[in-house]
Structure formats: structure tokens, C-alpha cells
Design a protein around this ligand. Structure first.
Ligand code: ZN
Length: 216
């Protein structure tokens, strides 16, 4: 758990030896994650619980990056893949909330602890990094931190900072990922010869299951 000036964790998350299994070695990610909150959570604090991905998505993005850079534990590709899979797995539920959403009642607060904020948030940031390059992403994050340190932030603050470094519309680009849930399923059907038609719908795992008759 992150606190201002203090990072606390369970003993079992710290002890390490070379005989540990791959799963146990993943504790490096947990430690890196909690340290990432010194910046994303403490130095910059979200303005509202409905911006929670600014804590958890950024910490997830940075824990993978830190372990990639500083650890001998070469697992980053596997972890990135499992992070993305986790995000896709939960984002295909019809009732899942987007990264930024309007909370209407106190019990909505329970929903912020789902993996959307962590794994979709981290994956969206990785997507941005892959799009603009490592060096640019580093400059975006450094600028974002310097500009808003000791303050509350919301998603638009990050989007505005990104806009300073890119020549596409950062709001249009990111809103599709952070303000709407789900992801598309593109169906291709052959009309005749080399002519095909493309049809886009939201991918829903359960919906497909119902159509397949796997649930009565
Ligand atoms: Zn966290």
C-alpha cells in the first residue's frame, strides 16, 4: 500500500531467492507497483475516485517498465500479454465501467477496484507509448509530473500534456479508450469474388456464448 513517504508491503512480497518459481518472482512487479504510487497517487493525486485509473493504470504501466529495466527477471513480454488479456477479459462484460465514468451512488465506489483501472489503464498507456515512442512517452510523463505535482489531476490533464507532444488530436484518440467501455469485433463476410463486407459490433463474450447455445 502506498503512503506519502512510506511504502509498506507484506513480508512475503519482499523475500526472494533463486529457487523461487516464476509466479513467486512476480513479486518484483508488486514492489515496483507500490513504489510507482509515490509519483502516481501521492505526488499527483486523482481529483476523484472516478479517475482512479490515473493511480492504478499508471502504476501498472510503470511496474512493468521498472521490472523490465532493473530486474534480471525477463518476463516483461509475458506480463504485458497477461495484463492485456486480463483487460480484454473484463472489458467484454456488458456492465463494465469505462476508465472514467460518472459515479451515481456510493456503492459505485466498489467498482473502481476491478482490473479495468489497473490492466486496461496500463495497456492504454502502453499503446500510447508504442505509438509515440519510448523517449516521447518519457517526456510526456516527466512534463505531466512536473506540471501537476502536489496537485489533484484528472484525465484531461494527462490528455492535455500528451497533446503538447503529438500532432494528432489526443482527446479524440484517448476518449475512445478511457470514456467508453468495450472493444470492437470486426466481422468479415465474403459477398462474391474478392468483395467482402465489414461489420463492426461490440465484442461481448457472453453474447457469443448465448448465440452459440452454450447457455440456456
Ligand atoms: Zn496500486
Amino acid at each position: 500500500m502506498e503512503n506519502w513517504g512510506a511504502v509498506t508491503t507484506r513480508e512475503e512480497s519482499v523475500f526472494y531467492n533463486n529457487h523461487m518459481s516464476l509466479l513467486e518472482k512476480r513479486r518484483a512487479l508488486n514492489i515496483a507497483h507500490e513504489f510507482a504510487h509515490i509519483w502516481f497517487g501521492n505526488l499527483l493525486t486523482t481529483s476523484s475516485w472516478n479517475q482512479f485509473w490515473l493511480n492504478e493504470g499508471f502504476a501498472r504501466f510503470m511496474d512493468l517498465k521498472a521490472v523490465d529495466i532493473y530486474s534480471e527477471y525477463d518476463q516483461t513480454e509475458e506480463s504485458r500479454f497477461s495484463t492485456l488479456q486480463s483487460a480484454l477479459w473484463i472489458d467484454d462484460e456488458p456492465s463494465i465501467n469505462p476508465l472514467v465514468w460518472e459515479m451515481r451512488k456510493p456503492s459505485d465506489a466498489y467498482d473502481i477496484l476491478n482490473n479495468i483501472n489497473y490492466d486496461k489503464g496500463g495497456s492504454v498507456l502502453k499503446l500510447v507509448e508504442d505509438l509515440i515512442g519510448n523517449d516521447n512517452m518519457q517526456m510526456v510523463l516527466q512534463t505531466y509530473i512536473r506540471k501537476y505535482q502536489y496537485r489533484n489531476v484528472d484525465s484531461q490533464d494527462f490528455v492535455n500534456t500528451l497533446q503538447e507532444f503529438v500532432n494528432f488530436n489526443a482527446t479524440d484518440f484517448l476518449n475512445g479508450f478511457i470514456k467508453q467501455s468495450g472493444y470492437p469485433l470486426i466481422s468479415v463476410s465474403q459477398i462474391h469474388g474478392r468483395k467482402v463486407s465489414l461489420h463492426k459490433t461490440r465484442f461481448l463474450r457472453m453474447d457469443q456464448a448465448y448465440r452459440d447455445g452454450r447457455f440456456a
